[in-house]
Write a protein that binds this ligand. Structure first.
Ligand code: ZN
Length: 363
């Protein structure tokens, strides 16, 4: 069954910032309940790095203005500067879904790589990533995946990924989502699917249902809406304000229906709004699907979202050697403390936190 295993260690120093009094730092080793991967929670790290997490407003404004002049995703250039799908794949060349436009990626991270250009505006603050804009992107991406599935069913492992602004890995400012599809899963997707299968075999129970049940009344749980559960992971992957979502009972994007896409979009919009309230401007998201051609009884669609450092003169990065190259997780704050802050923000923004599922708007 689900285990939340952690061990605390102390490191003592004579601290020059406290007149060389004895001081100690707590390092908490946490094992991911599914994979066993270690994440070290370093409790005082957030205060140490927080000045790097917000953007310099002057630099940000300059970068927005300079990149807009030649941006291929802005409405006046999107038709002449972005690639089209080949005519045998899609006669129209591009997919339009509300405000979103789906185009092939000029140079992507997978053998089938497309982009959902999410907005007409070149730059959005994190509070401007509204639910409708994300729903348009998800629905356009699904139209692409369905066409791809018809054309070549062997390319069956899709991921949706967001890199927003250069500190999060994006070379183009304009808000967009990557649609990465391969004939083989990405490493983390394969690990999660495989470990979920092992858990099912060992416990005769589904890991993701057990996790939601274990977390639901606990201090890391956030809320449930439209069939999607939101929580802060016990052992974050990267640990900078990380939030996880689970679409219970749905193993692949192909099984998701409008309410679940709405639930994901609404949740992403809420979390980004929270990041915006903290002064952040950059983020990454991954949404992991099982194979498109089967229903797995042991896996559920999973989302992770993290904030990234801001745009600053010294190009600070949180891709330190330990988490980036040694494959360990590292969290700059206790997940339970971050979850409490998120809950307080969500309560302030939306007094009726759970939305009546009977009132699903037409999307
Ligand atoms: Zn643009």
């Amino acid at each position: 069954m689900i285990e939340f295993r952690k061990t605390s260690k102390q490191f003592k120093i004579l601290n020059p910032l406290k007149n060389f009094e004895e001081d100690s730092t707590t390092f908490e080793y946490r094992a991911d309940p599914l994979t066993g991967r270690n994440t070290t929670v370093i409790k005082s790290m957030l205060g140490y790095v927080s000045k790097y997490l917000v953007s310099d407003p002057t630099l940000l404004k300059t970068a927005v203005n300079e990149t807009q002049a030649s941006c291929p995703f802005c409405p006046e250039r999107v038709n002449s500067k972005t690639p089209k799908f080949t005519k045998d794949f899609l006669l129209e060349g591009r997919i339009i879904s509300g405000e979103a436009t789906i185009v092939p990626n000029l140079l992507g991270h997978a053998e089938q790589s497309a982009l959902a250009i999410l907005s007409k505006k070149h730059y959005l603050t994190l509070r401007e990533f509204k639910t409708k804009l994300l729903v348009d992107g998800f629905k356009g991406a699904m139209a692409y995946l369905k066409r791809l599935h018809e054309a070549n069913a062997s390319i069956r492992y899709p991921i949706f990924a967001f890199n927003y602004l250069p500190p999060a890995g994006s070379s183009i400012f304009h808000p967009h989502m990557q649609i990465l599809v391969r004939d083989r899963p990405f490493y983390l997707a394969e690990l999660m699917i495989q470990k979920s299968k092992e858990y099912r075999e060992q416990n005769d129970s589904k890991f993701w249902s057990d996790l939601i049940k274990a977390e639901k009344k606990g201090e890391r749980y956030l809320y449930r809406s439209y069939g999607v559960d939101w929580l802060v992971p016990f052992a974050p992957l990267r640990g900078l304000n990380e939030v996880q979502a689970i679409v219970e009972g749905k193993s692949s994007f192909m099984e998701l229906e409008d309410p679940e896409w709405l639930g994901l979009a609404e949740g992403v919009s809420k979390v980004l709004g929270f990041y915006g309230s903290l002064g952040y401007s950059c983020f990454n998201i991954i949404i992991i699907s099982g194979p498109m051609d089967s229903r797995l009884s042991h896996f559920d669609v999973n989302l992770r979202i993290i904030s990234r450092p801001g745009i600053q003169q010294w190009s600070f990065t949180d891709a330190w050697a330990a988490p980036y190259m040694l494959w360990d997780g590292e969290a700059v704050e206790e997940p339970e403390v971050f979850a409490e802050k998120a809950r307080i923000h969500f309560r302030k923004r939306s007094p009726k936190n759970s939305i009546d599922e009977a009132k699903i708007p037409d999307i």
